[in-house]
Ligand binder design. Structure first.
Ligand code: AVI
Length: 321
């Protein structure tokens, strides 16, 4: 369908990804399209669910091991947070390390300014320099922090939502943004029992199901779709070969629908793959970081080793002669 008045406000990249994803085999739509207003609210709800341990455990590590984290990082850093969002975990880090400046980077300008203002209110003496940018590519940092040592901060295990090749590209982009000698504090979710993992992505209250299926509502609303929502169900599976939780939207029966004027048919049991959440064992995590140009120097986990915070340094790779 050509762009018309009825398309006003539609993100062309959303339409392109959805149409291409519904036509592809296997069908797949990138997870970044989950996060419209409702999707972002549902994600916040997920982080409070009893089954969704990552947020709670990462916070407990930042909080409970703040002295060791502060000692390893040292004072005077410019903290650069990638995809800062609501900056919910940032105060825990800032309190641990006496930073010299804070640079939140996020693609959503409005959200960024609101959370930067809230943070400035809590840390009135800390210079805050928000940067509106796509943090998956190298970003120019504000001149005001040029001479400060840099600490990248990427909590939440969002690195797991990238496939390993893209995670490596992204780690390299972070290194280019921060420069040689910089530090990176990154959260990574561990491999664990399948039942715990699946429950974290298929909770009893159905919040993760609503988060996943909200994508169809968004498609119907924004791309003039007529997908019958009650025909689809949420599915979360552990793919052991690829060490990841996969979220899919599954057709409960044969179904036909249209999106942006294009017709689609799905057979009962067919799925649209909507998200990957890769999990990393201790050595996997270190190797992934090294592939991206970062050498791990410290690692903090909880008692049950459910989640890890890793500190790494951007060092030139030294190879044996
Ligand atoms: C944002 N990201 C780290 C979450 C995760 O655990 O992979 C997204 C999520 N999807 C379903 N539940 C949470």
């Amino acid at each position: 369908m050509a762009d018309t008045e009825t398309d006003a406000g539609v993100d062309p990249a959303f339409r392109r990804d959805v149409l291409a994803g519904l036509e592809a085999r296997p069908r797949a739509i990138p997870a970044r399209w989950f996060y419209d207003l409702r999707g972002s609210e549902l994600f916040e709800e997920i982080t409070d669910l009893p089954e969704y341990y990552p947020t709670r455990v990462e916070r407990s590590i930042l909080d409970g091991q703040s002295a060791a984290i502060g000692d390893a990082i040292g004072a005077g850093q410019a903290v650069v947070e990638f995809g800062s969002g609501s900056s919910a975990k940032t105060p825990l880090l800032l309190n641990a390390i006496s930073p010299a400046a804070y640079v939140p980077i996020d693609i959503s300008g409005e959200f960024l300014r609101e959370s930067a203002d809230a943070l400035s209110a809590d840390f009135p003496d800390l210079p805050v320099h928000p940067v509106e940018a796509d943090f998956t590519h190298p970003v120019s940092l504000p001149a005001a922090i040029a001479d400060l040592p840099k600490l990248g901060f990427f909590p939440g295990s969002t690195i797991g939502n990238f496939t390993p090749p893209h995670a490596v590209d992204f780690l390299r982009a972070m290194k280019e943004t921060l420069g040689e000698g910089a530090l990176l504090l990154i959260g990574m979710d561990r491999i664990k029992g399948e039942d715990v993992l699946v429950r974290a992505y298929d909770d009893a209250a159905g919040v993760t199901a609503a988060f996943n299926l909200n994508l169809l509502e968004r498609i119907n609303r924004e791309l003039d779709g007529d997908i019958p929502l009650d025909t689809f169900r949420h599915k979360a599976v552990w793919n052991d070969m690829l060490a990841r939780i996969e979220m899919h939207i599954e057709a409960a029966r044969d179904v036909e629908f249209s999106v942006s004027g294009r017709d689609f048919a799905m057979a009962e049991g067919e799925t649209i793959h909507t998200e990957n959440s890769h999990k990393y064992g201790p050595r996997d995590a270190r190797i992934l970081l090294r592939a991206g140009g970062w050498t791990v120097t410290h690692e903090w986990t909880d008692d049950a080793d459910q989640f890890a915070l890793l500190l790494a340094e951007a060092r030139p790779e030294v190879t044996a002669p």
